[in-house]
Design a protein around this ligand. Structure first.
Ligand SMILES: Cc1cc2nc3c(=O)[nH]c(=O)nc-3n(C[C@H](O)[C@H](O)[C@H](O)COP(=O)(O)O)c2cc1C
Length: 350
């Protein structure tokens, strides 16, 4: 991949994937309004670049939660990488390590965290759906800690599984035989448990988790400023604004629209991670200018993996880096820190 072109990459991936797998990745809940709105939202903002600032080539490097990052981009947790390519989660993690950015490994990964860490030479961050069996949840945490995991990303937008028509059409309800959620085994050789989505989860379980691990905790799927406030009160280390890529509640606002109020409430107390529809460098600029510290990408990574395995993901990440640097330069910014809200205009509104 040369220039960043996610539509072309998706087309290439689609030509290689089983249609049921393609639709599982590409699709969203309900009418897919939120899925579409996430990507479209960037068009509602225009940039007002600065000039003559003599910045030189932009410096994208930074770090958060004790992690150095070569750019403000991370790999969002997505399930089932081995369905996209035999390189699987190990291939994605290797590419992330080469690029100098974190990968968040899904609880629904088709490879064990220890194997992924070994392949990449560095342990990924671990995404957790808190399981109603807290004893089992604790074994998951200890396993991630033992593997060297630097942070836990707890997804809180899923008291139930989203309803996705494309999956119903294909009858895609679970992994095909030969694949498993390898981190759901209580011990090697034992059959994996099913991932449970519990409607009973509350802040009580976040307190429980906070008391049981010293790892940084991010809450993924925060969509309302009051929940951002509560998260900080309950001692989390980061807020991750996400609507699950439009895969949970259709009709949810695009994440770019949700971001400013949440950023206002958080007011720099903890870092803000953000995802939903990021497809180009200027999308990243707009999210950062509206208050995100780091953005994440979901589907584009699967397209890169399907199209070219680990090397495909590595090429995708370099294309994102190049497009982000180019967009910053043309905006008169020497680094992401030079962006500010005055450089964004909301079309048709304030
Ligand atoms: C195929 C697929 C699987 C996903 N699996 C998970 C998951 O296991 N856990 C989770 O927290 N989010 C999951 N997500 C949501 C992503 O982490 C992320 O929020 C979303 O993909 C971001 O939107 P984008 O795809 O437009 O970049 C998944 C998304 C996709 C597309």
């Amino acid at each position: 991949m040369g220039a960043l072109d996610i539509a072309a990459l998706e087309a290439e991936a689609r030509s290689r994937l089983d249609p049921a797998v393609y639709d599982y990745v590409a699709g969203g809940a309900g009418e897919e309004w939120t899925l579409q709105a996430n990507e479209r939202a960037y068009q509602a903002y225009s940039l007002a670049p600065r000039v003559l600032r003599g910045t030189g080539p932009p410096d994208l490097t930074g770090g958060l939660l004790g992690q150095a990052m070569s750019m403000p981009l991370v790999i969002a947790p997505t399930a089932f990488h081995r369905l996209a390519h035999a390189d699987g989660e190990s291939g994605t993690a290797w590419a992330a390590a080469q690029a100098g950015i974190p990968m968040i490994l899904s609880l629904a990964a088709t490879e064990a965290i220890e194997a992924v860490a070994q392949a990449a030479g560095i342990c990924p961050w671990f995404q957790l759906y808190i399981q109603p069996d807290l004893g089992f949840t604790e074994t998951l945490i200890r396993r991630a800690e033992a593997a060297g995991c630097p942070a836990l990303v707890v997804t809180v937008d899923s008291p139930a599984f989203g309803r996705r028509k494309r999956d119903q059409v294909h009858g895609f309800t679970d992994l095909p035989s030969g694949f498993a959620c390898e981190n759901m085994r209580e011990a090697p050789g034992l059959p994996p448990r099913q991932i449970a989505f519990s409607p009973a989860l509350s802040w009580h379980e976040i307190d429980w988790l906070r008391a049981r691990t010293g790892l940084p905790i991010l809450l993924k799927g925060i969509m309302h400023p009051r929940d951002a406030r509560l998260a900080i009160e309950h001692g989390v280390d980061g807020i991750y604004v996400s609507n699950h890529g439009g895969r949970q509640l259709d009709g949810t606002a695009p994440t770019l629209s949700l971001l400013p109020a949440i950023a206002g409430e958080v007011a720099g107390q903890v870092p803000i991670f953000f995802d939903g529809g990021i497809r180009r460098g200027t999308d990243i600029l707009k999210a950062l200018a509206l208050g995100a510290d780091v953005v994440a990408i979901g589907r584009p990574v699967i397209w890169g993996l399907a199209a070219g395995g680990a090397a495909g993901v590595a090429a995708l990440l370099e294309a994102f880096r190049d497009d982000l640097a180019h967009s910053l330069l043309l905006s008169g910014c020497g680094s992401p820190a030079d962006l500010d809200p005055s450089m964004l205009l909301r079309e048709g509104g304030s």
